[in-house]
Design a protein around this ligand. Structure first.
Ligand code: SF4
Ligand code: SF4
Length: 509
């Protein structure tokens, strides 16, 4: 570590000596302004002109050699970050934050994702070189902070180790090792919730999540090596288009008695309400979905659902690395949207919102996607629903990663809470872009969490610490995860965990 500063000091020192020798020979009066060189020149005044000339020539060569050595070594020194960091920023993705690269012509591919370092992109390799090891990503990582073996900083450094192996392997002409199981272990890879906190806070725009997903793709699609419980999740998504494997014919059971139109042909409604798997099958999320339906009706919004025709949006499958399954689900959903000429979609799930808005377009779907907090805010502002605030509870708001960090929707939920209760929501310590994940993203919802503390419990504790009557969320995954956190950490507490739609419904009635 001392080599770089010592070399830099030698370059600067030799530069001053050359300058001093030059000034001592020519002695132009204006060089007085060159304080360092002028002072050093006085050291040479006792020498003859010839000696000074020879000395100047030698010092010049020493200085040029040291400076050339320094420049030549930059790629191998810590200073290389001065080169790679701007390169990393310059090559960062211009796609929306929530977009993952698609595998084109997936049927024709023989190798998926990145089994070895040479399968990563140039941007990935630049990132590995550019990391300045500042640790900001690690500080905000929910996996790291809950005792999992994953550190996003170490993950990037491990890729750098793989790169060093690459140059050795090229020299020895040996085969490359697979990354997973070599420098990066399975427990690290599968601990990521794809919460985006690491990328949000990395000062040089290093992109951790696409690399993690590339490794997962390789594990799932090349070698079928993934946490055992995902076998069932993938099978359920393939056969019943939802992660639990509940019959697809029951997908619209949640809507019984609500008299909701089905979107069967073009023009049936202005909006499609894309319910999502949680809103269709999860008991707690169904209550929130029914509240949303009641609000949409009161606001006079013309909407319909696909009912049993709707399929999982594919978000979990994609982030778990099963791109093949994701593409099947996506293409089938898009076919249904296009058959019905659907161009406006409302969803209450930030994961569905993100993939429909930022990823379906790559598969040919163009439409306006609204999160329910946006539609409700508009309805309140337009005076289509009136909400009062009698006996309002105190509320702390939890930002969902896929709504906040990924899609910058921070203000609408807060605006709704303010209108519903008459006061701004409480803000927890980790809020807005620093929000702490609930633990469900990246397909973690469908995996066991056996190492360290449970992320949902860590987050619940923080929110509970705000001392409010209600924890408000705008995501069905957060709703379920925080409810589970409450069951584990404060089963007797009166604190309620509510979706924004439920808060509004209560404020209307
Ligand atoms: S925040 Fe970025 S630069 Fe800093 S350690 Fe993490 S990846 Fe490296
Ligand atoms: S996306 Fe979230 S969980 Fe994954 S490495 Fe980054 S900070 Fe950690």
């Amino acid at each position: 570590d001392l080599f770089t500063p010592i070399l830099l000091i030698l370059v600067v020192l030799s530069g001053f000596l050359v300058e001093g020798a030059r000034i001592s020979i020519a002695q132009p009066s204006f060089e007085r302004w060159s304080f360092g060189g002028w002072a050093i020149a006085s050291l040479f005044t006792g020498l003859s002109d010839t000696t000074r000339l020879i000395l100047h020539r030698y010092l010049w060569w020493v200085h040029i050699s040291l400076a050339s050595l320094f420049i030549g070594l930059i790629p191998y020194l810590k200073l290389s970050h001065f080169l790679y960091a701007p390169l990393s920023i310059f090559t960062s993705s211009l796609e929306p934050k929530g977009h993952l690269p698609m595998i084109e012509d997936i049927e024709e591919q023989e190798v998926f994702g990145a089994p070895t370092i040479k399968d990563l992109t140039y941007k990935d390799l630049i990132d590995a070189d550019a990391c300045v090891r500042c640790g900001r990503c690690q500080e905000v990582c929910p996996a790291y902070n809950s005792g999992k073996p994953l550190s996003p900083k170490k993950f990037i450094q491990d890729l750098k180790l793989e790169m060093n192996t690459l140059s050795r392997v090229r020299k020895n002409n040996n085969g490359l090792e697979e990354i997973v199981g070599h420098t990066i272990q399975a427990d690290e890879l599968w601990a990521c919730t794809t919460c985006f906190a690491c990328q949000e806070f990395c000062p040089i725009f290093i992109e951790h999540i696409p690399k993690i997903v590339e490794l997962r793709r390789s594990e799932v699609l090349n070698v079928s090596r993934f946490p055992e419980e995902l076998n069932l999740t993938f099978k359920n998504l393939e056969t019943n288009y939802n992660p639990w494997g509940i019959g697809f014919a029951d997908r619209d059971k949640w809507a019984e008695g609500l008299d909701i139109k089905r979107f069967e042909k073009p023009g049936d409604a202005e909006y499609l309400l894309f319910v999502g798997c949680m809103g269709s099958y999860d008991d707690r999320a169904i209550k929130a979905m029914r509240a949303l339906v009641s609000i949409l009706k009161k606001a006079g919004i013309d909407f319909a659902i696909l009912g049993t025709e709707e399929l999982c949006c594919g978000d979990s499958a994609r982030r778990l690395g099963n791109e093949y399954l994701y593409q099947i689900l996506t293409m089938e959903n898009i076919e249904k949207f296009n058959e019905r000429n659907i161009t406006k979609i409302i969803t209450a799930c930030p994961h569905g919102y993100n993939t429909l808005k930022n990823e379906y377009s790559k598969f040919g779907f163009k439409g306006e996607i609204c999160h329910h907090t946006q539609i409700i805010t508009e309805a309140i502002k337009d005076g289509n629903i009136n909400i009062g605030h009698k006996n309002s509870p105190t509320i702390v708001y939890h930002d969902s990663c896929y709504l906040g960090r990924y899609n910058n929707i921070y203000n609408e939920p807060r605006e709704i809470i303010k209108r519903a209760t008459g006061s701004n929501p409480f803000e927890p310590k980790n809020t807005r872009r620093s929000s702490f994940c609930c633990g469900a993203g990246g397909g973690r919802m469908w995996m066991e969490e056996t190492i360290g503390s449970r992320i949902n419990e860590v987050r619940f504790d923080e929110l509970m610490g705000c001392g409010t009557d209600v924890i408000a969320v705008s995501c069905p995954f957060c709703l379920t995860m925080l409810n589970d956190g409450k069951k584990a950490k404060a089963p007797d507490s009166d604190i309620e965990i509510m979706d924004i739609a439920e808060i509004v419904e209560r404020a209307i009635s």
